[in-house]
Ligand binder design. Structure first.
Ligand SMILES: C[S@@+](CC[C@H](N)C(=O)[O-])C[C@H]1O[C@@H](n2cnc3c(N)ncnc32)[C@H](O)[C@@H]1O
Length: 210
């Protein structure tokens, strides 16, 4: 295990979580731009984190370490808060994170944040639409983290099904949102293939491939 100083990771996470608290103010500023009104597309959120909570990050990190997950795939990097938790986990298990971000500007800032945390050796960022950048992905997945655009949860999950194996874990964020229902219904209804539990106040759904 590469001995990245713990403070480097935790200090960077604290600074990023603190900065993300300004998301609401940034969004209000964006909404007030009458000349260029938001359309609900990812570009509207170019300056906005939309991160997982500290509790979720710490919980996900623990799950990855306890289950010795090595190959981790992430849908939706943003500025890299969740990626840092994932990378810190695979640093301990001897694994790697493949993360995906649509917007190049966000991916570049995420990369710098990951470097600041001393974790760049554990992360590959694929820039562009994850449906394309993961199209030819072939390595078996131990842990999939879904946190990109919600209507793509199910198609992306289905794209990656051939890479799942018995014991693969999938954590989906924001399953309390209407737009993720196609995914949650698919997973919850396929009881012969997946077992699932809600966590983090019903915001997350952790599923295990049977
Ligand atoms: C909720 S944010 C991710 C937050 C991040 N996981 C965290 O906790 O710090 C969703 C991100 O997914 C990205 N995204 C949206 N559609 C995407 C796509 N088709 N492929 C890759 N990334 C996408 C957005 O640009 C946005 O940065």
């Amino acid at each position: 295990m590469n001995p990245v100083p713990m403070n480097l990771v935790e200090n960077k996470l604290k600074a990023l979580h603190d900065d993300a608290e300004k998301d609401d103010a940034r969004m209000q500023e964006r909404m007030a731009n009458a000349a260029n009104p938001p359309t609900g597309e990812p570009i509207d959120y170019e300056n906005i984190y939309l991160p997982i909570s500290k509790e979720q990050g710490q919980g996900i990190r623990k799950i990855i370490v306890e289950n010795a997950c090595k190959q981790v795939v992430e849908f939706g990097t943003s500025f890299g808060i969740s990626t840092i938790y994932l990378a810190d986990a695979v640093r301990r298990t001897g694994g790697k994170v493949i993360t995906t971000e649509l917007l190049d500007s966000k991916a570049q800032i995420a990369l710098q944040n990951i470097k600041d945390a001393g974790l760049e050796d554990y992360v590959e960022i694929r820039v562009g639409d994850a449906m394309q950048t993961l199209k030819d992905y072939t390595t078996p997945i131990d842990f999939l983290f879904l946190d990109g655009w919600k209507d793509l949860y199910l198609p992306l999950f289905q794209l990656l099904i051939p890479q799942f194996k018995s014991g693969s874990l999938i954590y989906a964020d924001n399953v309390d949102m209407e737009s993720t229902q196609a995914y949650t219904e698919y997973v919850l209804n396929n009881k012969e293939a997946y077992t699932s539990q809600f966590m983090h106040g019903g915001k997350g759904l952790l599923s295990r491939v049977l």
